[in-house]
Design a protein around this ligand. Structure first.
Ligand code: C5P
Length: 236
C-alpha cells in the first residue's frame, strides 16, 4: 500500500525578503523545509518522500539529503504546477496514493496528514484540508482605465473555505489530471493554483477534512513571527 508525499519547495521566497529560497529560511534553528519534513516523519504515513527544490540551491539540497526521511530530490520549474509535475515524474509506478504538500506550510500538524490519508483509504479520490473563512470575501473586476477594482459580487461566506495542504489524491487520477494540463499555455497555466483544481476540471469529486491554523502558509515576515510563537506547540 504505497503512499508518496511530494513536498514542493522550489519557490523563490521573494515576499519574505530574506534573499534566499523560502524553504531555507530559518525558524528556531531549522529551515522551513526541515520543519515540513519533521511533520511528515511524525505523521508516519509516507512510503516515499519526494522534495522539489529550486535550481542552484546546494545548501537546501544538503539540508534535504541530511534529513532522516532521506527524500528523493528533484529540481522544480517556473510555476508551482511545473514543480508538482517534476515531483510526479519521480513517483514509483506502484504508487496508489499521493499527497502534495507546500514546504511553506512548515508547521502542518501530523494529524492533518493522517486525516488526508485516512480519507483516501476510505475511498476518496481527492481530499483537501480546509478552514472556514473569517473575512467576508468579495469578487472584484477592474474596468479599463480604472485604478482600483470595484466589487461585483459577495459569495455567501458559509459556502467558502480556505484551502491548505497536504492535498491527497488517488495517484493515477492526479497523474491523468496533470497530463491533461501539461500543454496549457499562459494564462490558463498560471491560473492553476492547486492540484484539487485540476481534479475539479476533470469532473472529479474533491472531499474535505478539517485543516489547522498551524498549517498557515508562511509567506510574509508576520507569518514567520506567528510561526516562531507557535513552535513550542509543534511536536516537531
Ligand atoms: O508561491 P506560493 O506561495 O503559492 O508557493 C506555494 C509552495 O509552492 C511553496 O512551498 C513553494 O516553494 C512552492 N513552489 C514551487 N515552485 C514554484 C513556485 C512555488 O515549488 N515555481
Amino acid at each position: 500500500q504505497e503512499t508518496a508525499i511530494i513536498v514542493v519547495a522550489a519557490g523563490s521566497g521573494t515576499r519574505l525578503g530574506y534573499g534566499m529560497p523560502k524553504a531555507l529560511v530559518p525558524l528556531a534553528g531549522r529551515c522551513l523545509l526541515e520543519h515540513a519534513l519533521d511533520g511528515i516523519e511524525l505523521a508516519g504515513c509516507a512510503s516515499q518522500v519526494i522534495v522539489v527544490l529550486p535550481a542552484g540551491a546546494p545548501e537546501l539540497e544538503e539540508r534535504a539529503a541530511g534529513h532522516r526521511l532521506k527524500p528523493i530530490c528533484r529540481t522544480g520549474g517556473a510555476t508551482r504546477n511545473d514543480s508538482v509535475r517534476a515531483g510526479l515524474d519521480a513517483l514509483r509506478p506502484e504508487t496508489e496514493r499521493v499527497l502534495i504538500h507546500d514546504a511553506a506550510r512548515a508547521l502542518t500538524p501530523p494529524e492533518v496528514f493522517r486525516q488526508v490519508v485516512l480519507a483516501l483509504l476510505s475511498g476518496a479520490r481527492a481530499v483537501i484540508p480546509v478552514l472556514p473563512v473569517v473575512d467576508t470575501i468579495k469578487q472584484v473586476a477592474t474596468d479599463p482605465g480604472e485604478e482600483q477594482a470595484h466589487i461585483i459580487g459577495t459569495p455567501a461566506r458559509g459556502t467558502l473555505r480556505a484551502v491548505q495542504t497536504p492535498q491527497g489524491f488517488h495517484a493515477p487520477a492526479l497523474l491523468a489530471a496533470h497530463r491533461q494540463a501539461a500543454g496549457w499555455k499562459s494564462p490558463a497555466a498560471e491560473a492553476v493554483t492547486d492540484d484539487a483544481m485540476l481534479m475539479e476540471m476533470l469532473g472529479e469529486r474533491v472531499d474535505t477534512v478539517p485543516g489547522a491554523a498551524a498549517a498557515l502558509k508562511i509567506t510574509t515576515r508576520l507569518d514567520l513571527v506567528l510561526a516562531e510563537s507557535m513552535l513550542p506547540l509543534h511536536p516537531g
